[in-house]
Every structure is written in C-alpha cells, then in structure tokens.
Design a protein around this ligand. Structure first.
Ligand code: C5P
Length: 234
C-alpha cells in the first residue's frame, strides 16, 4: 500500500473538489472560503471528512488564485491542509487533475464537494458498506420534496412523478480502477457529478445509499445560513 489508507479493508483516497468560483453564490469570495461559525466552509468540510474517515488519504483540489488565501486561513486556524492539487475549468477537469496524481495502491476513491460541509458518519457507513458488498460505486441520495415538472423549452411543461427521482449528493464512492478509466474518456457537459461520468463509461452498478438533508450543497447566499443552523443540530 503506497500512500492510501484502509477503511473497511479498502485503501480510500478522498478527493475534495474546492476549485469552483461559485458564481451563483454572489459573494466577493467563493462560497468555500466564507465563514461558517468562525471557520471557512472548506475547513469544516475537511474536518468532517477527517472525523468520519480518519485514515483516508485526502487530496484537496483548489484554484491556484486562492492558494495563498487558503494557506493564510490554515495558519490562522492552526489547521494542516491536505496535499493540494490545482483545479481545472470544470468540476470534471478538477477531479481528473486529482486522479492524475493520486497515490498508487488506492482501492476506492471518494469524490466530495467542498460546498457540502455537513458529512456524517451514517452517510459514510452506508457508502462503505455498499462498496464492501461489491458494488462498482455508491452515491448518497435524498427523496424529492417538491412537485416536479419537465420543461420543454417552448414555455410548456408536464408534471412528472417525483417518486421516480432522487437528488444526488456527495461524497460519491467508486472502485478506483473504474473511476480512473471512466475519467480517461472525453468530457461532456451532462457530467455534473462522478456517477454520471461512470455511467457514460458503462459502469451502471451504482448503489443509492441514504443521504442527509444536512448534506445540502451551499449554492445561494441564504444556503450558508441554513447549513449554519443544521450544523448546530448535527
Ligand atoms: O459549481 P458547483 O456548486 O456544482 O460545484 C460543485 C463542487 O465542485 C464545488 O465544491 C466546487 O468548488 C467544485 N468545482 C471545482 N472545480 C471547478 C468547478 C467546481 O473543484 N472548475
């Protein structure tokens, strides 16, 4: 085993993608650097990964323009940053950059959005159990609470049965060899997460495990307030 650490008998590497610019967030700083109870969102996300999977090797994908700010934040909070990797123009490219420098001997890769700080041990166990049971991948999902409609682009729409849909969260876990192979194929704009990259490569054996409302992604400014409140409850 060269670098990666064992969880449930598997060597796990966690890629935390934090290189987005967060344009929808509308704050002067990308959302992952905004304050969440005295510490930046990204630090909370990394601490929770460490708490749930203390033995995992973590790679942090970061935009080079914010590397200095991040290191300054780490110094201020006496926090040791995981190994950093330069981000790309898309989430797909950011993940690929990390896979390119992943340590050898990794059995399982988890990819996690820094913008989802509230990872829990329960979500982590569900994912690891599915992988240990031999699935190619495992992703946390939650049911839809709103009614859903499919829009047709001409102003029309049609209701769909929300029971047929799930919202997908991260971290998403995959067999390392399959994920690396899936990411060696060309990019398409429908690849908004890692499960969609696996699917495009023909790897469909992906378990849906229990997600958590608190694992929501911070996207709009008020989301950080909701996550701050949920952080007090979890
Ligand atoms: O933009 P979105 O919220 O979908 O991004 C999901 C995650 O992917 C965020 O944590 C973001 O920082 C990361 N990301 C990245 N590199 C990009 C775009 C997004 O690491 N080029």
């Amino acid at each position: 085993m060269d670098g990666a650490k064992y969880i449930g008998g598997k060597g796990v590497c966690v890629i935390v993608v934090a290189a987005g610019s967060g344009r929808r967030f509308g704050a002067p700083l990308p959302k992952q650097y905004c304050d969440m109870d005295g510490r930046p969102v990204l630090m909370v996300a990394l601490e929770r990964i460490k708490a749930v999977w203390p033995e995992a090797e973590v790679l942090l994908v970061i935009n080079d323009d914010y590397r200095g700010l991040w290191l300054e934040m780490c110094g201020r909070h006496d926090f040791e940053s995981p190994r950093m990797v330069s981000g790309g123009d898309t989430r797909w490219q950011s993940v690929r950059n990390a896979l390119d420098v992943m340590p050898r001997g990794v059995d399982v890769v988890a990819v996690h959005d820094a913008a989802r700080p509230m990872f829990t041990p329960e979500v982590g166990s569900g994912l690891i159990d599915a992988i240990c049971a031999g699935r190619q991948g495992a992703i946390p999902v939650v049911s839809m609470v709103d009614s859903l409609r499919r829009v047709d682009g001409d102003g029309g729409s049609k209701s769909v049965d929300r029971a047929e849909f799930r919202a997908v969260q991260t971290p998403q876990l995959f067999r390392a060899d399959l994920l690396v192979e899936a990411y060696s194929r060309p990019y398409s704009s429908v690849m908004t997460d890692d499960a969609s990259v696996m699917e495009a490569a023909g790897y469909m054996d992906i378990a849906l495990t229990e997600g958590d409302e608190a694992l929501m992604k911070i996207t709009r400014p008020h989301d950080i307030e909701i996550v701050r409140m949920l952080a007090k409850e979890v």
